[in-house]
Design a protein around this ligand. Structure first.
Ligand code: FAD
Length: 442
């Protein structure tokens, strides 16, 4: 089998969304992947469900349990602030492959064993179920998640962290999850309706002092039995098989785009699972990737712009999630000097998650944006909160609108300015003005 177009390697949410986007742009794309090899349950917010729905991943949506309460025992306080939808990741990954095929994307189910680059061409070795294949490509999208081979030195690496996942089985129950802090880390416990339980313990690699592999099962069990909130998950239940250890260190990749390759999802940036946003960030990084790939392949004169666009977005997203995680760690004040908490409450930096925006801090500049499936440069509004710029709101370009308001000065109705200068209808002008005020721009 041969393909002289794009090969996407990895069939998690990032690879699947990128492959679908490329196919919808009319690009010749093949996705090569296999579902995750280990069992895991993960939780997502409603915005992930919405994103999957809007992409058309119908079978994958069926893999999610209905939203259930996300309980938190943090800093000695019990909260049921929000809900999440739990999903068996192997079912989800399998369903995404089915969705991709249904949506017309060419899929090769198999494991990539080698990627060779020579003279502007890639040769990709694949172990499929009953055969070995060699695919040829002129562009590769790396979406193997944390399993992706390192692409040079990472730009940033968080405190080394490991998560031990112990599988339990008990009676049928209503699905739900609880996050629980403890002196040397935190736990996340989830129950599925069919009785499966996923008890996960996240610790600092340097200070955890873990026992030998064969004793990990007893170790995990003892740790969960010592916690009141775990009782509901362990009642009439018993461990199944051996625990699975996953690295959960936050990692921001070094270069995430080249002339003929791109990294998306966890292969580009993997966030701390405490944020509970991994699948969301994987989808976010993948939604704009097709335009970046199309620009790199067809508009080489805009290649630098496209690479910069992808790199900046990945770094921006990573820092946002890293700071959200940092602030959540800092909320736990009972053990702030314990090594696990002390190392995480100030990483990656002291910058606030949200930067203050006042009219004086708002500027106008050029930035790369997505237009008609390509990356182009446009004049946008740049703020400390949106350093990558905001181009338009529902089709109304914001830089000309802001310029018009500034030129008109104070004492004039901003709505009237937008109506007169931009020809906007009154409700539209009022919507734009209200939005700008809400953002602190005017
Ligand atoms: P992945 O989902 O990892 O997908 C990579 C795909 O590539 C897999 O299907 C894999 O089988 C495939 N692959 C790997 N190697 C090869 C190969 N050689 N050939 C072919 N295919 C290959 N996120 C949440 O949103 N909610 C959570 O509750 C949550 N909990 C987490 C708990 C832990 C302990 C960890 C470490 C992460 C957690 N995450 C969670 C993060 C989430 O798993 C990832 O961020 C997300 O899945 C990234 O998507 P991806 O597509 O980039 O990579």
């Amino acid at each position: 089998m041969s393909n002289e177009g794009i090969v996407v390697i990895g069939a998690g949410p990032a690879g699947a969304a990128t492959a679908l986007g490329l196919a919808r742009l009319g690009e010749p794309v093949v996705l090569v992947g296999e579902p995750r090899r280990f069992a895991a349950v993960e939780g997502v917010s409603s915005r992930v469900i919405e994103a999957l729905r809007s992409l058309g991943f119908e079978r994958a949506l069926d893999a999610f349990a209905p939203p259930s309460p996300r309980r938190a025992n943090w800093n000695g306080v019990h909260a049921e602030a929000n809900s999440e939808s739990l999903v068996d990741r192997q079912c989800f990954d399998r369903a995404m492959l089915v969705d991709l095929e249904r949506l017309g994307v060419q899929v090769v189910r198999g494991r990539v064993t080698a990627v060779h680059a020579e003279q502007g061409r890639y040769r990709i070795g694949v172990d499929a179920a009953d055969r070995r294949l060699a695919l040829a490509a002129d562009f590769v999208v790396e979406a193997r998640g944390r399993a992706a081979p390192a692409g040079g030195r990472p730009r940033l690496r968080g405190v080394e962290t490991v998560s031990l996942l112990q599988y339990w089985r008990g009676p049928e129950t209503s699905p739900g999850s609880t996050v629980q802090s403890c002196e040397d880390g935190w736990m996340w416990m989830a129950a599925l309706a069919d009785g499966r339980r996923y008890l996960q313990l996240t610790l600092d690699v340097a200070t955890a002092g873990l026992p030998a592999k064969k004793a990990l099962g007893d170790y995990c069990r003892a740790r969960f039995e010592a916690v009141d909130a775990a009782a509901a998950f362990m009642a009439d239940a018993a461990p199944v098989g051996e625990p699975h250890a996953r690295t959960s260190t936050a990692v921001l990749g070094g270069e995430v785009a080249g002339d003929d390759w791109l990294r998306v999802g966890d292969a580009a940036m993997a966030v701390d699972p405490l944020s509970g946003n991994g699948i969301f960030q994987a989808l976010s990084s993948a939604l704009q990737a097709p335009a970046v790939v199309a620009t790199l392949r067809h508009d080489p004169e805009h290649g630098g712009l496209a690479r910069r666009f992808h790199q900046q977005r990945i770094e921006h997203l990573f820092h946002r999630f890293a700071r959200i995680g940092r602030d959540f760690y800092a909320q736990e004040s009972r053990w702030s000097d314990a090594p696990f908490w002390a190392a995480r409450r100030s990483w990656p930096d002291a910058a606030p998650v949200h930067a203050a925006v006042t009219p004086e801090t708002v500027g106008i500049d050029s930035r790369p944006v997505v237009k008609d499936g390509r990356i182009v440069e446009r004049t946008v509004v740049v703020t400390p909160e949106q350093p990558l710029g905001v181009w338009h709101l529902d089709g109304v370009e914001l830089a000309p609108a802001l310029c018009a308001l500034r030129a008109a000065g104070a004492g004039v109705s901003p709505e009237a300015v937008l109506e007169a200068r931009l020809g906007l209808a009154a409700p539209r002008a009022s919507q734009i003005v209200g939005w700008m005020k809400g953002q602190g721009w005017i």
